[in-house]
Design a protein around this ligand. Structure first.
Ligand code: CUK
Ligand code: CUA
Length: 643
C-alpha cells in the first residue's frame, strides 16, 4: 500500500504538499487542546485492572500478531505466526517446526497484513483470529483461547496473498485473492509478456470447520488475470456474497504505477459464493494441480503435522453462469467494505476523487434486468449507475479503508491527506475529519467489520510515522493512534507504538474472550509421545545415533540433570516436560552452542529441542525463565565423549 509516490506522480505536487501540511511543528501542535487531562483519563487503566478491548494487530514484516490492550495501548503479547521466534522456540522446537513448512520447504518468515476474527451471524464470536502471509501465500488460524497459532495453510496457484483473509457471515470460509496474477501450476515456462493469455487470478475459498476451526481449500475460482486487493464478506441480505476490489484491469505487467492507472474505472468483483457451492454440488468443479502445504497443531500431542497436498478443486466461471459480476469502481480501488446492515458496499479508489457507495439491492436488480455494459473475460460488467447508491463527494485524498459504528456512520482512512473522515452512509454527508500523524493506512473500529460494531474508538494504523516518539536511530517507531468516537466529533486520545508495521487490526471486547482463555495444559492429558509425566519416567534412550532425553522440569531442577553416554556424531533430542500445574510457571531450556533457540515450556506441556554436539566436552544447560528463588540453580550438564 506504499503508493505515496504514485500519488505524487499522478496528482502532482499539490498533494505531496498536502501530506506534509499535516505535519505539526514539534510536539505541541499535534496535541494542542486534544491531549488534555480528559484524554489521559479516558485511556488510563489503573494498575491491576484490565483493558476493555483486545486489539489484534498485524505485525507486518515481522510476520507475527501483537495483542494490545485498549484503551491503554499496552502490548500484552506477541503471538508468533509466520516467523521463527527465539523467545519461545516457535519454529525452533521440533513440535513447531512443521508449522512453517511450505511446498517450497521450511520458510521462517512472512509478511502478515490482515487479521480477521471469526464471526457467527456476522457478530464476533471470540473463537479464532486469521491472518495472511503475503509473501508465501498462506493463511494462519490463531486460537483466541490459547493465543497460539494452531494452523497454517498455503494457497496454491497464488502469488502475493495480500488480499486475505476475509471471513464470510458464519465463518464458513476465509476467502483469499491473489495480488499478483500468475500462471497457474499447470502452465509451464511462459514469457512474462504473455500475461494476458496465461496469467490468472485464482481466488481461494478456505473452509473452516464449525467445531474445530480446521481449514481446507474447498475450492478455487479461476478469475481473470488482474490484481485482487481487499474484500469483505456480505452481511444480512448480502450474506451469500463476497466483494473484492481489483486493480490493474489494464493487465499491465510492467511499470504498473503508470500502466495500471490508465482506466477511469477498475472493478469490484462480486461473487455469489452460495451459487459456487451449488455448482460444486452439481459436479461442475474439476480437480487441478495445486501443490500446497497444510500444517496443523494437535492439541493432544502438542505437536504440529505438515502435509503436502497436490491438487485443488477448481471452478471455472465459463462453466458457472450467474456467479461472478464486475462492478466498475473509480480508479484503482483498494479497500472494499460492507456496512453493518449488509445493504451498502463501499469502494475506495486510491486515486479517486469520490467514494462510491453501491447498493446491494440495486446490484441485484441490475443483475436481474441484465443491465450490463458488456463483459470482461466472460464476466458481466454491471452498469455503474445501475448499482450505485451514491457518491460521497470531496471525501479527502487517497481514500483507502472504511470501518463502521452502530449508528450508520462510516470512517474512511485517507492516505494522502492523512486523516480519518467520518461520514453518514445514507445521506452521504461528511460529518467530521481528524488528522492522523502521518498517513494512515488501515483503521479499526472495535467490531467495525461486523453486523454489531462495538464502537467507542477508532484506531489509526499509520504508515509514515515521524516525530511521535523519541528517535531510535534511522528506523523509527511505528505508530497507532486511538480516537474517541463516542461523541459527534472524533477526539485524539493516545498514540501508541506498534511492533512491526501495523497493517490492519481488529478489536474485540475482552468480555467476549476472557472466559474462554485456557490457563493450563493438564499434565494428565498430555499426549506427547515423549512426555515424562513424573520424575520416575525420566530416562535417556538411544536409538542408533539418536539420543532421546525424557526430561522433566519443576521448581527448581531438571531431571535428569547430569547426562552421560552421548558421543560425537549423535543427535540429541531434549524432550522437556514441565511438571508444574500452577498458572504462569513456565520453565525454559537452553544449551550452549545449540544451533537453535531456547524452548519455553508451559506447565503441563512437552517441548523438544534438537541438539547436535560439535565437540567433545562437558556442556551446561539451564532454565531461561526466572521461575523461583532458586531459578539460578536450575541447571545441569551433558557430557559428550569421542565417537
Ligand atoms: S494494505 Cu497491506 S500494504 Cu491492508 Cu491498505 Cu497497506
Ligand atoms: Cu525453571 Cu527457571
Amino acid at each position: 500500500m506504499k503508493f505515496k509516490y504514485i500519488l505524487e506522480g499522478t496528482l502532482g505536487l499539490a498533494i505531496a504538499a498536502s501530506v506534509f501540511s499535516c505535519k505539526p511543528s514539534g510536539q505541541g501542535a499535534a496535541g494542542g487542546n486534544l491531549i488534555a487531562g480528559d484524554a489521559a483519563q479516558k485511556v488510563y487503566v489503573a494498575p491491576g485492572t484490565h483493558d476493555e478491548f483486545y486489539n489484534i494487530v498485524s505485525g507486518g514484516f515481522n510476520g507475527q500478531v501483537s495483542i494490545v490492550g485498549l484503551p491503554s495501548g499496552r502490548t500484552l503479547k506477541i503471538i508468533p505466526v509466520f516467523s521463527q521466534n527465539g523467545e519461545n522456540g516457535w519454529g525452533y522446537s521440533e513440535e513447531t517446526k512443521p508449522m512453517l513448512n511450505t511446498s517450497n520447504g521450511f520458510i521462517p518468515w512472512d509478511d502478515a497484513h490482515h487479521p480477521a476474527l471469526s464471526i457467527t451471524n456476522g457478530e464476533h464470536d471470540g473463537r479464532w483470529a486469521f491472518i495472511n502471509g503475503n509473501n508465501t501465500p498462506r493463511i494462519a488460524r490463531i486460537s483466541l483461547s490459547t493465543f497460539k497459532t494452531e494452523e497454517i495453510i498455503e494457497l496454491p496457484n497464488s502469488a502475493g496473498n495480500h488480499s486475505s483473509p476475509f471471513i464470510t457471515f458464519n465463518t464458513e470460509y476465509a476467502v483469499a485473492g491473489t495480488r499478483f496474477a500468475v500462471p497457474p501450476d499447470n502452465v509451464g515456462d511462459v514469457p512474462i509478456d504473455s500475461y494476458k493469455q496465461n496469467f490468472k487470478g485464482y481466488l481461494s475459498f478456505v473452509s473452516i470447520d464449525k467445531e474445530t476451526g480446521k481449514m481446507a481449500i474447498k475450492f478455487q475460482l479461476k478469475t481473470p488475470g488482474i490484481d485482487y486487493d481487499l474484500a469483505r464478506g456480505g452481511k444480512g441480505p448480502s450474506k451469500d456474497w463476497i466483494f473484492f476490489s481489483s486493480y490493474n484491469t489494464e493487465q499491465a505487467n510492467t511499470l504498473l504505477e503508470v500502466n495500471a492507472s490508465q482506466k477511469d474505472k477498475d472493478f469490484i468483483l462480486a461473487i455469489n459464493w452460495k451459487k459456487a457451492e451449488e455448482y460444486l454440488a452439481a459436479g461442475k468443479g474439476k480437480m487441478a494441480p495445486g501443490k500446497h502445504a497444510h500444517n496443523y497443531w494437535n492439541e493432544e500431542t502438542h505437536s504440529a503435522t505438515s502435509e503436502i497436498i497436490n491438487e485443488v478443486m477448481t471452478l471455472d466461471p465459463a462453466d458457472c453462469p450467474d456467479m461472478l459480476y464486475f462492478i466498475p469502481c473509480p480508479k484503482s480501488p483498494h479497500g472494499c467494505d460492507v456496512d453493518p446492515t449488509g445493504k451498502y458496499i463501499i469502494g475506495s479508489g486510491k486515486l479517486a476523487a469520490v467514494v462510491p457507495v453501491f447498493s446491494f439491492e440495486k446490484l441485484q436488480k441490475a443483475i436481474k434486468d441484465k443491465n450490463f455494459d458488456g463483459e470482461f473475460e466472460g464476466i458481466p460488467v454491471v452498469n455503474y449507475d445501475a448499482a450505485l447508491y451514491g457518491e460521497l463527494q470531496k471525501p479527502g485524498l487517497g481514500p483507502l479503508h472504511t470501518e463502521f459504528d452502530a449508528n450508520g456512520n462510516a470512517y474512511t482512512s485517507m492516505f494522502v491527506s492523512s486523516e480519518i473522515v467520518k461520514w453518514n452512509i445514507e445521506n452521504l454527508e461528511v460529518l467530521d475529519r481528524v488528522p492522523t500523524y502521518y498517513s494512515i493506512g488501515h483503521l479499526s473500529v472495535p467490531g467495525g467489520p461486523t453486523t454489531k460494531p462495538h464502537g467507542k474508538y477508532v484506531i489509526a494504523y499509520n504508515k509514515i510515522t515521524k516525530d511521535r516518539y523519541l528517535p531510535t536511530g534511522p528506523e523509527l517507531t511505528h505508530s497507532a493512534q486511538l480516537y474517541d468516537i463516542s461523541g459527534d466529533k472524533m477526539k485524539l486520545l493516545l498514540d501508541f507504538p506498534t511492533i512491526g508495521e501495523p497493517h490492519y487490526a481488529e478489536a474485540i471486547p475482552a468480555a467476549l474472550i476472557k472466559d474462554n482463555i485456557k490457563k493450563i495444559y493438564e499434565l494428565e492429558k498430555n499426549g506427547h509421545p515423549y512426555a515424562a509425566k513424573g520424575e520416575k519416567e525420566t530416562r535417556v534412550e538411544r536409538k542408533g545415533k539418536e539420543v532421546h532425553v525424557y526430561m522433566t522440569s519443576s521448581r527448581s531442577h531438571f531431571a535428569p540433570d547430569n547426562i552421560e553416554g552421548v558421543k560425537l556424531g549423535d543427535v540429541v533430542y531434549f524432550h522437556v516436560t514441565n511438571l508444574e500445574q500452577d498458572w504462569d510457571v513456565p520453565h525454559g531450556f537452553a544449551i550452549r552452542k545449540a544451533n537453535n533457540a531456547e524452548i519455553l515450556v508451559m506447565p503441563g506441556e512437552t517441548a523438544t529441542l534438537k541438539w547436535v554436539p560439535e565437540k567433545v566436552g562437558i556442556v551446561p544447560f539451564y532454565c531461561t525463565d526466572f521461575c523461583s528463588a532458586l531459578h539460578q540453580e536450575m541447571q545441569g550438564y551433558i557430557r559428550v565423549s569421542p565417537a
